[in-house]
Design a protein around this ligand. Structure first.
Ligand SMILES: C[S@@+](CC[C@H](N)C(=O)[O-])C[C@H]1O[C@@H](n2cnc3c(N)ncnc32)[C@H](O)[C@@H]1O
Length: 305
C-alpha cells in the first residue's frame, strides 16, 4: 500500500493502462469459470478439472502447485473446444477418449459403454473368489471396452479370458485396450451373440457379465447424456423387458460352467431380487448380492455345485 506521504507522481493514464491489460488467468480461475458454465450438469467442478487435466496431462498435485501460472493460449483453445463439447452434453470420457477403471485407464469411443465405478465391485468380488484357483478360465460376456476381463487379468496372473461382444467396433476398442495394458497374450476376443461363437465344449471357471439392462420402452428414464451418446447396443436389453439379456445368458449357462465355477452379474437398480430368482431357477447355489457404495444391490454372485 503506497504511503500517504509518497511524493511519487502517478501518470494520469496509469490506472486506465493497468485496467486494459488482462490479468493472467491461471488454471484455477479457468476451471472455476468453466464449472460455472457447466453448472447444469451433475458434477461441474469435477468435469471442468478432469477436462483441464486430461488436456494438459497435469496430475492433481501439479494442478494445485501450478494452478496460478498463466495458461498458454494453445492450451486455452483446446480446453475451450472440449468445454463446448461438454456443454452439448457429451460425456467427459468420450471427449478425452479415456476412462479410469480399476487399475488402468481404458480407451473409450462412442462404440463402447463408459466403464462405471460400480462395475469395479464385480471385478473385486470375482477376483477375490478366484484368487486361489490355479489358472482360472474366465468368460466375459458383453466385454465392451474390455474393462472387466482385462481388470480380472491384472489381478489374477495365471488367468485367461475369453471376451465376447456382438459389436465388432467394441471389440476393436477392447483389442486396443488389451495392447495398452500388455495383456493380449491372455485374452481372446470373439465376436458373437452371447455363447454362439464359442467352441461346443468350451467351459469356464467363471462367467462375468454386465449386460445391457434397460428396456427400450424405459429409454426416457436414462440421463440425457447417456441416451444421446452411449451405444444403444450396450444400454438396451436384447428384446422384451429389462431382464431379457440375463434370461438369455442364464438359460444356457450350466453347460458353460465347470463344477464349482462362479457366475457374477452386474444388475441395475431394482433388478437384484428378480435376477436372484433367475439364477436360482437355473439350479445355481451360494447366491449372494453385493451392494455398491450407495447401498444399491449391484452384483449377483452364484456358484455351480
Ligand atoms: C452394458 S455394456 C457393458 C460393457 C462392459 N462390459 C462394461 O461393463 O463397461 C454391454 C455390452 O454387451 C454387448 N452386447 C449386447 N448384446 C449382446 C449380445 N447379444 N451378445 C454379445 N454381446 C452383446 C454390447 O455390445 C456391450 O458392449
Amino acid at each position: 500500500v503506497p504511503s500517504v506521504r509518497s511524493t511519487r507522481r502517478i501518470p494520469a493514464d496509469a490506472g486506465i493502462q493497468r485496467r486494459k491489460r488482462p490479468l493472467p488467468r491461471g488454471a484455477h480461475a479457468l476451471i472455476d469459470e468453466t464449472a460455472n458454465r457447466l453448472r447444469a450438469f451433475a458434477n461441474p467442478a469435477l468435469d471442468a478439472e478432469l477436462l483441464f487435466r486430461g488436456i494438459t496431462g497435469l496430475s492433481r498435485a501439479a494442478l494445485i502447485t501450478k494452478g496460478d501460472e498463466p495458461v498458454p493460449e494453445t492450451v486455452k483453445l483446446r480446453f475451450e473446444a472440449a468445454v463446448v463439447r461438454r456443454e452439448r452434453g457429451e460425456p467427459v470420457q468420450y471427449i478425452l477418449g479415456v476412462a479410469a477403471f480399476w487399475r488402468d485407464e481404458f480407451i473409450v469411443t462412442p462404440d463402447v459403454l463408459i466403464p462405471r465405478p460400480e462395475t469395479e465391485i464385480l471385478v473385486e468380488s470375482m477376483a477375490t473368489r478366484l484368487r486361489t484357483a490355479p489358472s482360472p478360465q474366465i468368460l466375459d460376456l458383453g466385454t465392451g471396452s474390455g474393462c472387466i476381463g482385462l481388470s480380472l487379468l491384472r489381478e489374477l496372473d495365471a488367468a485367461r479370458v475369453v471376451a465376447i461382444d456382438a459389436s465388432e467396433a467394441a471389440l476393436r476398442v477392447a483389442s486396443r485396450n488389451a495392447e495398452r495394458v500388455g495383456l493380449t497374450q491372455r485374452i481372446r476376443l470373439v465376436r458373437s451373440n452371447w455363447y454362439e461363437g464359442l467352441e461346443a465344449d468350451e467351459s469356464f471357471d467363471a462367467i462375468v457379465s454386465n449386460p445391457p439392462y434397460v428396456a427400450r420402452e424405459d429409454s426416457a428414464s436414462l440421463p440425457k447424456d447417456v441416451r444421446d451418446f452411449e451405444p444403444e447396443g450396450a444400454l438396451f436389453a436384447d428384446e422384451g423387458d429389462d431382464l431379457s439379456s440375463y434370461r438369455t445368458i442364464l438359460r444356457r449357462i450350466d453347460a458353460r460352467l465347470r463344477p464349482g465355477a462362479w457366475v457374477g452379474l452386474e444388475v441395475g437398480l431394482g433388478q437384484a431380487r428378480r435376477v436372484v430368482e433367475l439364477v436360482a431357477a437355473e439350479g445355481l447355489g451360494s447366491v449372494e448380492v453385493i451392494d455398491d457404495l450407495a447401498g444399491i444391490p449391484r452384483v449377483v454372485l452364484a456358484r455351480r455345485a
